[in-house]
Design a binder for this molecule. Structure first.
Ligand SMILES: [Zn+2]
Length: 415
């Protein structure tokens, strides 16, 4: 299994699948089809023909149940789905990824390259990567220091394909109907926008997307996006006295009044934040874009209120300006719906325990396709892959942990 996982992962990592923000089409970049078609061909070679890559770059397919009608489990197994995303983050180049394979990791800092500009080695250091201490003897895959690796989420794809291969190769492995979906655009928050729900008739599903050994997720932020538009009054500065209202100053006043302790760099675990992500503008008009995040609806409402109050104070301080606040709902925490329907969680805990993994449920301080799928009625918790430092040059993956992920997938569907 290990060799298969390595060769698959390395092959997928070399295919550029970078997605792109602010594109209203599915997929956001056509290069994602390259990987979808590659995986589709591979699955067909394994004899899994019940699949298609649709026009929006969703590779969806099915492995039919092989439970004989005489078997007591016949017709009684849940229909389970697995998902992983094809794209890599727009933050960093996805071209010319050159995965470096370190066999039998010896426990030290890993040197992955040399930064010519800074004249220093690029390191995956033990001090910043305490999980490495648990990976002694593992096969670790890193970048060459120039790109991201794309373990997020090509590790997930490699695990699902390898599990499907092992399941189809073992005639004694009995399973119910299994669906799989490899989708585009998770990294730009559009992973489920064109999701063909009717082609994925499962009782529940699992995303295989990130995290250290044992990390399972059933909880995400509640997320709103805010756009604050300040309308000032522009006039020649030479004759501006008592007339000009400078939108740039109003916008900076609003940013200055944001509570410092509620920013991403001051919060962790279950704490939410208000985070300005972009500011543009001039004297006449300025725009601030922000993201508001909290694990509870009440906490998110509180963040909205804080922003409204600051805007109220800005209007008082700068008479003559007008300020529009537009709040758009992004995604919602899936915890409540998953806790109402705990069977997929219990099944996952059992599957992880069978592999000897001591699991823990951790909140995702971000989004996941599972949040939207859960809202659509498909309970979808997330399973670790053994990858770390996503979206950056120091991204790395333990293949030994990914082997456990692959075993968990098999355990989830085994009768
Ligand atoms: Zn991901």
């Amino acid at each position: 299994m290990k060799r298969k996982l390595i060769s698959r992962f390395v092959k997928y990592a070399k295919i550029n699948t970078k997605s792109q923000h602010d594109v209203n089409e599915c997929p956001s970049t056509s290069v994602q089809f390259d990987l979808a078609n590659e995986v589709a061909n591979e699955l067909k070679e394994l004899g899994i023909n019940d699949l298609e890559v649709d026009k929006n770059c969703y590779l969806i397919g099915k492995l039919r149940s092989n439970i004989p009608s005489s078997h007591k489990a016949y017709g009684k197994t849940p229909v389970i789905g697995f998902l992983a995303h094809l794209d890599t983050a727009p933050d960093l180049t996805g071209e010319n990824v050159k995965p470096q394979i370190i066999e039998n990791y010896d426990g030290g800092d890993i040197v992955i390259g040399f930064d010519e500009a800074k004249k220093e080695k690029i390191l995956i250091g033990l001090s910043e990567n305490p999980e490495l201490a648990k990976c002694l003897g593992h096969t670790i895959i890193t970048t060459d220091g120039n790109t991201l690796l794309g373990a997020d989420d090509k590790a997930g794809i490699a695990a699902i394909v390898t599990a499907l291969e092992q399941i189809t190769n073992d005639k004694n492995f009995l399973h119910g109907d299994i669906y799989f979906c490899f989708n585009p655009d998770e990294e730009v928050g559009r992973g489920t926008v064109c999701f063909p729900r009717e082609k994925f008739p499962v009782n529940f599903a699992y995303t295989i997307d990130g995290g250290s050994e044992g990390e399972l997720n059933k909880e995400t932020f509640n997320a709103d996006n805010a756009k604050v538009t300040v309308y000032g009054k522009d006039i020649h500065p030479g004759s501006a006295k008592d007339i000009m209202v400078n939108a740039v100053l109003v916008a900076s006043y609003i940013l200055d009044k944001l509570p410092r302790e509620m920013s991403p760099d001051k919060t962790s675990n279950h704490e939410g934040f208000l985070h300005p992500t972009e500011i543009t503008g001039s004297t006449g008009q300025a725009t601030i874009r922000m993201i508001l995040r909290d694990f509870t609806e009440e906490g998110l409402a509180e963040k909205n209120k804080i922003l409204e109050e600051i805007i109220g104070r800005a209007k008082q301080t700068f008479p003559g300006c007008s300020i529009d606040l537009e709040i758009n709902k992004s995604y919602r925490n899936m915890l409540k719906k998953l806790d109402e329907n705990p069977y997929p969680l219990k099944r996952l805990e059992a599957a992880a325990s069978q592999v000897g993994v001591s699991y823990r449920w951790l909140p995702i301080r971000g989004g996941t396709d599972g949040a939207e799928l859960t809202r659509m009625g498909i309970p979808t918790p997330n399973i670790f892959t053994g990858g770390k430092n996503f979206h950056g040059k120091t991204e790395w993956l333990s293949i030994d942990v990914l082997m456990k992920t692959t075993e968990i997938i098999k355990n989830l569907v085994r009768v």
